[in-house]
Ligand binder design. Structure first.
Ligand SMILES: OC[C@@H]1[C@@H](O)[C@H](O)[C@@H](O)c2nc(CNc3ccccc3)cn21
Length: 450
C-alpha cells in the first residue's frame, strides 16, 4: 500500500488569519474616533448577549505591536483585518482624523516588517453612526460617501497594501441589520432590506471604480457562501432551495460578476423588490481581481410556507457535529462551494477569507497550551477540502482562519470563541490553543502537516 502523496500548496499561497476592527480593537472612541452603529447597538440594552460591548474586547488598539509579533511567531505570511471607518473619518465623510489613519499605517508597516502581507477590508459592518443618522445604507448617497473614504485609504496605503477588499459579507448587513433586525442598525423591514443590499453593492462598485483611477494592486469583494442542499427532490423543496441560494449566495455575487440579480429575488421580496436602473447595475459590475469566500457551514433546505420571507427552513443534520452557533460541520460543502464558483462564474481567483469554528473548548488542563481538538479537526478537514478543490481546477490563492483571537462575536457577545488563540478578557492574556500550533505546522510545511 503506497503512502498518499503529501498535500502541498503553491509556494506563493497566502496563509493568514482574519479579524475585524470592532471585534478586536477596543477603544472605539479613542484619539478622535467617531462611534459606529455597532458601538450604539452594543450599548443598547437587550441587543447583545449578556450586555457585552467591544469597548475593550482584545484591546488590540493598544496591543497591536505584540499582536503582530504573535502573528509572526505563528508563521503567518498574511493577515486580514478591517479599518474602522469612523477612526479615519469620524463623521463618515469630510474631516480626516490623522490619529486614526496613523494607527492603520503603523499596523501595516509593522506587518510588512515581519514579512506579513496585509489584506485590508474597508467595511466590516461598523458603519459610522453619523452616516446612519443620514440614512446609512438606505441612502443612495452612501455609494459616494464610501468611495470618498476608500479613496482616502487607497491614497495613504496603496503603496504598501497589495490586497484590498471593499465589503465584508453584504448579505449579513442586509439580512441581519435590515431584514431581521438582529444586527446593527437593528431594522426589521422587508422594504428596507433589498434597498440596503443594493446600496451596499453600489458602494462596492463606486469604491472599485475609484480604485482603478489610482490603484496599482488587487481589489475584491468578500461574500459569505453557505451551499444549499434540497432536503428532498420534491418540487417544493427544490424551489425553496433555489430561493435560499438566490437570497444568500447569488444576490451579491451575481450583480458584482454578472451585472444582474437572480430572478428568484422577485419571488422572495414580492412587491418589496424594486426595479433597479440599468446604470446602477453597470456601476456594481466592476472588474474584480478576486472573490473572497467566507465558508463555515452548509444548509439542508425544505419548503416551509410559515417561514418569512423565504418560505424555506433548514433541516438539522443530527448525524454531524455542530458548532456552538448551531452550524453543521460539513467540509464537503467547501469543496462544493469552490467548484460551484469555478463552474458558474468562470473560475475567478478566490481567497478563502474566513473559515473557522466555535466549540465549547474542553475544560482546560493547566498548562501553556489550551487543547481544542474539535477546532484542529475542523481546520484539518477544511484546509484539505481547499486542496481537493484546487486539484479539481479551482483557482484558490489563499486561506485565512477565522479567527486569530477569540473576540467579540457580534450579538453573541463573548459567548462564542472562534480563536486559535485564547483570549482571557479579564487579563487580556493571549494563550495559544492546540489549533494555533497545528495551523503553524501546516503553514511551515505548506500543507504537508495536514
Ligand atoms: O461568526 C463568525 C464570523 C464573524 O465573527 C465575522 O465577523 C463574520 O465575517 C462572519 N461571517 C460568518 C458567516 N456568515 C454568517 C452567517 C449567518 C450569520 C452571521 C454570519 C461568520 N463570521
Amino acid at each position: 500500500m503506497t503512502k498518499p502523496a503529501p498535500i502541498l500548496f503553491p509556494k506563493d499561497f497566502l496563509w493568514g488569519c482574519a479579524t475585524s476592527a470592532y471585534q478586536i480593537e477596543g477603544s472605539p472612541l479613542a484619539d478622535g474616533a467617531g462611534p459606529s452603529v455597532w458601538h450604539r447597538f452594543s450599548h443598547t440594552p437587550g441587543r447583545v448577549q449578556d450586555g457585552d460591548t467591544a469597548d475593550v474586547t482584545c484591546d488590540h488598539y493598544r496591543r497591536w505591536e505584540s499582536d503582530v509579533d504573535l502573528m509572526h511567531s505563528l508563521g503567518l505570511n498574511s493577515y486580514r483585518f478591517s479599518i474602522a471607518w469612523g477612526r479615519v473619518l469620524p463623521e463618515g465623510t469630510g474631516r480626516i482624523n490623522a490619529a486614526g489613519l496613523d494607527f492603520y499605517e503603523r499596523l501595516v508597516d509593522r506587518l510588512l516588517s515581519r514579512g506579513i502581507q496585509p489584506m485590508v477590508t474597508l467595511f466590516h459592518w461598523d458603519l459610522p453612526a453619523a452616516l446612519d443618522d443620514r440614512g446609512g445604507w438606505l441612502n443612495r448617497d452612501i455609494a459616494q460617501w464610501f468611495a470618498e473614504y476608500a479613496d482616502v485609504m487607497f491614497r495613504r496605503l496603496d503603496d504598501r497594501v497589495n490586497y484590498w477588499t471593499t465589503l465584508n459579507e453584504p448579505w449579513v448587513v442586509a439580512d441581519g441589520g435590515y431584514m431581521h433586525g438582529v444586527l446593527a442598525p437593528g431594522h426589521r423591514n422587508i422594504f428596507e432590506a433589498p434597498r440596503a443590499a443594493h446600496h451596499l453593492m453600489m458602494a462596492h462598485g463606486a469604491a472599485v471604480q475609484a480604485y482603478r483611477a489610482t490603484g496599482r494592486n488587487k481589489i475584491g469583494l468578500v461574500v459569505n457562501i453557505e451551499p444549499k442542499y434540497a432536503a428532498s427532490q420534491s418540487d417544493a423543496d427544490c424551489a425553496a432551495t433555489r430561493r435560499a441560494e438566490a437570497y444568500m449566495n447569488r444576490q451579491y455575487l451575481e450583480p458584482a460578476l454578472l451585472g444582474s440579480y437572480p430572478e428568484e429575488l422577485h419571488e422572495v421580496f414580492g412587491e418589496a423588490w424594486p426595479q433597479w436602473p440599468a446604470a446602477d447595475l453597470r456601476l456594481i459590475k466592476q472588474p474584480l481581481d478576486y472573490i473572497g469566500v467566507n465558508y463555515y457551514t452548509r444548509a439542508v433546505v425544505r419548503s416551509d410556507p410559515t417561514s418569512w420571507p423565504l418560505k424555506a427552513t433548514t433541516v438539522k443534520q443530527k448525524q454531524h457535529t455542530h458548532m456552538e452557533t448551531g452550524w453543521e460541520v460539513y467540509p464537503q460543502g467547501l469543496v462544493d462551494t469552490l467548484l460551484w464558483i469555478k463552474d458558474q462564474y468562470g473560475n475567478p481567483p478566490v481567497y478563502i477569507t474566513e473559515n473557522g469554528a466555535c466549540f465549547f473548548d474542553p475544560p482546560q488542563v493547566e498548562g501553556p497550551v489550551l487543547e481544542d481538538p474539535l477546532r484542529v479537526d475542523y481546520l484539518r478537514k477544511h484546509i484539505t477540502a481547499v486542496h481537493t478543490a484546487m486539484q479539481r481546477g479551482a483557482d484558490i490563492r489563499g486561506y485565512f482562519a477565522w479567527s486569530l483571537f477569540d473576540n467579540f462575536e457580534w450579538a453573541f457577545g463573548f459567548s462564542k470563541r472562534f480563536g486559535i488563540v485564547h483570549m482571557n478578557y479579564e487579563t487580556l492574556k493571549r494563550t495559544l490553543k492546540s489549533s494555533a500550533h497545528f495551523y503553524s505546522k501546516v503553514i511551515a510545511s505548506n500543507g504537508a502537516a495536514l
